[in-house]
Design a protein around this ligand. Structure first.
Ligand code: AQP
Length: 327
């Protein structure tokens, strides 16, 4: 049996290049490697912890599922499903809350950041988010989780819970390891000291932006007052971020890019980068248009994915219940 690998993305806005380079690019490579039993899901429950409109949420869920498929998640190679279709995630979450220290959850960076950002809606779901995320992973006994850097603290927390559960009730859970890409933290285009985030759309480069939008956003990305194209993350964070994006999408080494642009200015570099991005996502944009007209087929893929996921999770949750003395 191949090791299980799992990851999810929230349907809370449009996918940006940080989601792609930090997570989805890895999903595709890992899926193609054939080395893992891959599970990918739309984390719709997680996304309810921020203010939302039900109609818009419904559209975001379908849009994310379509994005997954148009980007290349292949239902013949991976299981694609909606988190809310597999109730075993919430059952395990409840079981895990009984061994989760309150203090540890209140120290989670994302909880602190998001509760400061949405002061009017500091809900319990925002607080218990890491327990649900741990359940999402542990319920499949997943060994690997491809994520961006911002999720490492939550993954470490899932590892801690697995260890604690095993030592209290007996070995049953697997401690998951992270798998990161070479670009685990893509920065905001306007404020390059901050992570690119769906909640700050002004600095996001969305993967389904039009060609004109891509060009406009890259040309106006914050850089610095120097003119030399040189990688220096400390002094030139904006340019360093653009160099990393260029490198990740073209496979040209950063040192080679510095060389290639040594006698050219930032504007020349940015123009070329914009074309790289436009071309890289051209195929995706076309496929997305096609899949948008095939919603029924997408639902079929998600239903079949949930069916498979439920079989895996159901078997594991029975073992876990047993360890806890439930009958
Ligand atoms: N800027 C980023 N660089 C690299 N990886 C990133 N990820 C997110 N932002 C970056 C990774 O994308 C995956 C899915 O993220 P998510 O939608 O589940 O969660 P998120 O972190 O809430 O996404 P955002 O865009 O950053 O939204 P908000 O505004 O809510 O904070 C994860 O693997 C994540 O690491």
């Amino acid at each position: 049996m191949k090791p299980v690998l799992i990851s999810g993305i929230q349907p809370s806005g449009r996918l940006h290049i940080g989601n792609y380079l930090g997570a989805i690019k890895n999903f595709l490579e890992l899926q193609e490697s054939g080395k893992y039993e891959c599970l990918f899901f739309v984390a719709d429950w997680h996304s309810l912890t921020e203010n939302f409109d039900p109609k818009e949420k419904n559209e975001q869920i379908m849009d994310l599922a379509i994005n997954f498929i148009a980007l290349g998640i292949n239902p013949n190679l991976a299981t694609l499903f909606l988190q809310s279709h597999v109730l075993e995630h919430t059952e395990l979450m409840w079981l895990l809350t009984s061994i989760t220290p309150f203090g540890e959850l209140s120290r989670m960076t994302q909880f602190k950041d998001k509760s400061a950002r949405q002061e009017e809606n500091v809900n319990v779901g925002l607080f218990t988010y890491p327990v649900l995320m741990a359940a999402d992973i542990l319920v499949y006994k997943a060994a690997f989780v491809p994520v961006g850097e911002d999720q490492l603290q939550h993954l470490e927390f899932a590892r801690t819970l697995a260890r604690k559960f095993n030592s209290k009730f007996g070995e049953v859970l697997v401690e998951p390891k992270s798998l990161m890409t070479a670009t685990p933290k893509v920065m905001d285009l306007k404020e390059p000291k901050k992570k690119m985030s769906k909640s700050m759309p002004g600095g996001c480069l969305f993967i389904d932006d039009t060609e004109e939008e891509i060009r406009k956003k890259i040309m106006s990305a914050t850089t610095d007052s120097e003119t030399v194209v040189r990688y220096d993350d400390e002094k030139k964070p904006g340019l360093a971020n653009l160099l990393r994006i260029y490198n990740a999408l073209s496979s040209v080494a950063i040192a080679d890019l510095e060389n290639q642009y040594k006698d050219k200015n930032y504007s020349h570099f940015k123009k070329d980068l914009a074309e790289v991005v436009v071309n890289y996502f051209a195929d995706f944009r076309e496929k997305k248009m096609v899949w948008k007209k095939r919603e029924e087929e997408v639902m079929g893929i998600l239903n079949e994915g949930a069916r498979k996921a439920k079989i895996m999770a159901g078997k594991n949750i029975a073992d876990i219940r047993g360890k806890m003395g439930l009958v």
